[in-house]
Design a protein around this ligand. Structure first.
Ligand code: NAP
Length: 306
């Protein structure tokens, strides 16, 4: 059987994790890299390395840059939320009739922007709890087993190719409630990550700020209720406390970005929550104050605050 080729935009943490698992299953995968220099660097390395349980394996996945003209039928978008719309606009002329995009971006906001930029393509939203990080150039370490929820708010039918993910060992489930999953993850992130940046601490140290966490959870639950996501609000505070305890020794992803002086995805997380509250003309004073403090903190470090 002829398989539809997978194009993967971005050979970063998640892009590499997906590319290697699909390629070792014998599926046709092509990486799309940023520019000629990155392509030359990749070709010099001769492929991707995925480290699992301390063992690195090499995968010579073919790669191209934006100059390629090959039509794209299935695209895994594995860049950060703030890059997604621009990247997809550049690739739009290459999207074949009926093309499908799988959007791996964290938070909310980038998916809508991408879908609006390519109205003729099907956009499948993903929410991933898998964990991976770049341990070297073109090398990624698979750090945390997790799960991938996939869904399409515009069309509930599952695509026919989900068995390719199952065969490749990519844990996933199709869901009609992908927006609820994304909102829930966003709310957990808003209750934990900005505080870890402002207190400069590991997740577990938030146990010393119970009132602050409780107030944020109450406002986030209120936000979820009035923007039509009451399911995402159920037992939010309890889950936040559980996550803080279970990941006590970890630094949050936003803390790691700031520690490395890298751009955060603030606009698609806390920024998106505050913008939604504003659109609904609701006042969420503690969330808005937290957003203001985070913006100031990022600006003081010379980092983008959007
Ligand atoms: P990442 O490691 O920073 O990788 C992003 C990749 O996108 C990089 O390889 C980058 O290329 C590429 N890219 C950006 N702009 C590009 C462009 N114009 N053309 C070509 N490539 C471009 O990011 P990530 O950690 O995989 O995260 C991707 C998304 O998944 C984020 O929204 C993140 O929050 C979410 N997520 C990540 C994890 C995780 O464990 N890492 C878990 C759950 C969710 P260069 O290599 O050239 O910079």
């Amino acid at each position: 059987m002829q398989h539809t080729p997978w194009h993967i935009l971005g050979a970063g943490s998640l892009g590499t994790l997906w590319a290697c698992r699909l390629a070792r299953q014998g599926l046709p995968v092509t990486l799309i890299l940023r520019d000629t220099a990155r392509l030359a660097s990749y070709q010099a390395a001769g492929g991707l390395t995925l480290v699992e349980q301390g063992i690195g394996r090499h995968y010579a996945v073919p790669a191209e840059n934006f100059a390629s003209q090959t039509p794209i039928k299935r695209l895994l978008l594995a860049c950060k939320a703030y890059d997604a719309e621009q990247v997809v606009k550049r690739l739009a002329p290459r999207l074949a009739e009926g093309a499908e995009l799988i959007l791996l971006q964290n938070g909310l906001g980038s998916q809508e922007a991408v879908a609006a930029a390519v109205p003729h393509a099907r956009c499948i939203f993903a929410s991933s709890t898998e964990g991976a990080f770049r341990s070297d150039d073109w090398q990624v370490t698979f750090a945390g087993h997790g799960f991938n929820w996939l869904g399409d708010p515009a069309k509930p039918a599952a695509p026919y190719w989900l068995n390719e993910l199952a065969d490749s060992g990519i844990p996933h489930q199709w869901t009609a409630d992908i927006l609820t999953r994304l909102w829930r993850k966003l709310a957990l992130n808003c209750a934990i990550n900005p505080l870890t940046v402002l207190h400069d601490c590991r997740n577990g140290e938030l146990q010393q700020h119970p009132a602050q966490v409780a107030t944020l959870c109450a406002e986030l639950a209120e936000l979820l209720e009035y923007c039509g996501q009451p399911q995402a609000a159920v037992d939010l505070h309890e889950e936040v406390l559980r996550v803080i305890q279970a990941t006590a020794a970890n630094f949050s992803s936003m803390h790691q970005d700031v520690a490395r002086r890298q751009r955060t995805e603030i606009s698609y997380l806390l920024g998106y929550a505050c913008a939604t509250a504003q659109r609904h003309r609701r006042s969420l004073p503690h969330l808005q104050q937290l957003h203001g403090q985070l913006v100031q903190h990022l600006q003081a470090l010379g980092l983008p605050s959007t």
